[in-house]
Design a protein. Structure first.
Length: 250
């Protein structure tokens, strides 16, 4: 019962954050770790609750017409490929090297968000083919990151799709959720096969994540970029502090 009381409220908040701007894993995964549950079970059970929540957000965005399926058809395979590449890179390069690079990248990302007012609502537009190319390349790159390390994947992908590819924010967020749904499903299947998921806890926490995701998706639909940018800054700040603590601790 103690585990449920710790995990479920934080997973609800994580679902809300994830639906709005990605990065919910920065909240939910530490919630599992706090309880003392074995690490592999934490990661696996968190993946189950995250998958349940992302499923609802993806379905809602799909129903509302926010997912550009033609673009998604190219992005999803690229994300899968990138994730496989990232996992293999993780076996060759110490994660400390990657985290040190992120210590530089994250403040720069936050500075761009704060100084570029139109970064999430760009005025430019590209041809359909070039937009798909940029989105697919972004999905591949973020897939590599997700396979190598992972936290903040949704936030970084949303920023690339909106800020670089020039996608409308609602479409960028919808595409981000479709990609996340696919990679979450793939990982969850692996964890279930290896019997790492604490299924009762995953289901209950997943229901809380669903509630948070649904509320976050509703708020996103109403407020758009007004709510996304502050949440992104908060996620990046938490992520930065987390990385610093991890690097100092080693």
């Amino acid at each position: 019962m103690r585990d449920y009381l710790i995990i479920c409220p934080l997973v609800f908040i994580a679902g809300f954050v994830d639906a709005v701007a990605g990065g919910g894993g920065l909240i939910s995964l530490p919630a599992y770790f706090i309880t003392g549950i074995p690490v592999h079970s934490c990661v696996a059970t968190n993946k189950m609750s995250a998958f349940m929540g992302t499923s609802v957000t993806t379905a809602k965005f799909a129903r509302d017409g926010f997912i550009p399926w033609k673009t998604a058809a190219f992005c999803i395979p690229c994300a899968f490929l990138g994730s496989a590449i990232g996992a293999n890179i993780a076996l060759m390069i110490p994660d400390r090297v990657f985290k040190t690079v992120l210590i530089i990248v994250i403040p720069l990302t936050a500075a761009i968000l704060l100084t570029k007012k139109d970064i999430l609502n760009p005025k430019r537009s590209f041809s359909e083919g070039f937009t798909i190319l940029i989105c697919a390349a972004s999905s591949l790159m973020i897939g590599v990151y997700d396979g190598f390390y992972g936290p903040g994947t949704g936030t970084f992908l949303l920023l690339l799709l909106a800020g670089v590819a020039g996608m409308e924010l609602t479409k960028a967020n919808g595409l981000t959720k479709a990609v996340n749904f696919s990679t979450n499903l793939s990982a969850l299947v692996v964890f279930l096969i290896r019997d790492q998921v604490i299924i009762p806890l995953g289901i209950v926490a997943g229901l809380f994540n669903i509630a948070g995701n649904y509320l976050g998706a509703t708020r996103f639909e109403k407020n758009g970029s007004k709510i996304v940018k502050p949440v992104m800054i908060a996620v990046l700040s938490v992520f930065f502090v987390k990385l610093v603590i991890e690097l100092i601790g080693k």
